[in-house]
Design a protein around this ligand. Structure first.
Ligand code: CUA
Length: 313
């Protein structure tokens, strides 16, 4: 829908049409009431203008009217709320089997890494009809990853991970923008998303030097930073085992239960005392300042792969 309307960007993802439909509903409702109210204002102004010798009858309120003009807007706003919330959650929750792409924003560029290790700057190549899950963070200030054609827009925040996903439905090249003012060259923080047929994508991958995958680099770091001495996975180890852990709830020493997700992984590396797993002592040192955002992403990729190993994730 709307492909021919110049005001609308192309619709090229599985959710873009649903976003447009909600948007159209909001516009129609707003226009209906804006014109309706304006018309009535003008009509009343003319109809009840002051005239010599005419004194209009007084009105002392009407419960029926009050109820009607309260219930109709209430119903409409609830429709907007639930419709919007449903779409919002759909855009947060990647379908299983999505391809993991890591995105780092910095003043003023987008750095991405493919699950197979290839890196790109200000461009991202993806296969068509395949869900892509973005794990994003920033090296400096808040940025925002915005692909109008996919109706995908999510803040990229320093110090934490945000997740976004999309599934492109049309081969082509699309704009990538930063949608959060982030400094002098904010307007130059742009790039392109190239959507390719699966076999073209595979050919593209082979043409780009891959190096290590994030997972392999993470595994190497896990050893070189000596994480494996405590998180050995053996009985009586000083740290909890990470096999099968990612994606599941963790019981903490202070009684809380938190999800073992991207942010928990990050916090546990940088501020290990904040959420200690039940049955363990707070003996892990912080790695704050010792790891770059890239390395943190790599460790995360490795910890995630360990989680998938031991479970149904
Ligand atoms: Cu990054 Cu604006």
């Amino acid at each position: 829908m709307w492909q021919d309307a110049p005001l609308f960007p192309e619709s090229a993802s599985t959710i873009s049409d649903s976003v447009d439909q909600l948007y159209a509903f909001l516009v129609v409702v707003s226009l209906f009431f804006a014109f309706g109210i304006a018309t009535v204002v003008v009509f009343f102004a003319v109809r009840y203008r002051r005239r010599q010798g005419v004194i209009p009858a007084r009105i002392h309120g009407s419960v029926q009217l009050e109820v009607v003009w309260s219930l109709i807007p209430l119903g409409l706003s609830l429709v907007m709320f639930f419709w919007g919330a449903k779409l919002y959650f759909a855009t947060l929750d990647p379908p299983p089997g999505a391809m993991d792409v890591y995105v780092t924003g910095k003043q003023w560029m987008w750095k991405v890494q493919h699950p197979t290790g290839q890196r790109e700057i200000n461009s991202l190549h993806v296969p068509v009809n395949r869900p892509v899950r973005l794990t994003m963070t920033s090296e400096d200030v808040i940025h925002d990853f915005y692909v109008p054609a996919f109706r995908t827009k999510r803040d990229v925040v320093p110090g934490r991970y945000t997740i976004a996903w999309f599934e492109a439905t049309k081969v082509g090249e699309y704009h990538l923008f930063c949608a959060e003012y982030c400094g002098t060259k904010h307007s130059e923080m742009i790039g392109s998303i190239t959507v390719m047929e699966q076999h073209d994508y595979e050919r593209w991958l082979t043409g780009v030097a891959a190096g290590e995958t994030p997972q392999e680099a993470g595994a190497r770091l896990f050893e070189s930073m000596r994480c494996n001495t405590c998180h050995s996975g053996q009985d009586g180890a000083r740290g909890p085992t990470l096999t099968g852990a990612f994606g599941k709830p963790v019981q903490l020493r202070d009684g809380r239960v938190v999800p073992f997700d991207e942010d928990y992984t990050r916090e546990s590396i940088l501020n290990p005392g904040a959420a200690v797993v039940a049955g363990f002592d707070s003996i892990m040192p912080t790695y704050e300042g010792q790891l770059s955002e890239d390395q943190l992403m790599q460790l995360l990729a490795y910890v995630k792969s360990l989680g998938a190993e031991g479970g149904d994730q």
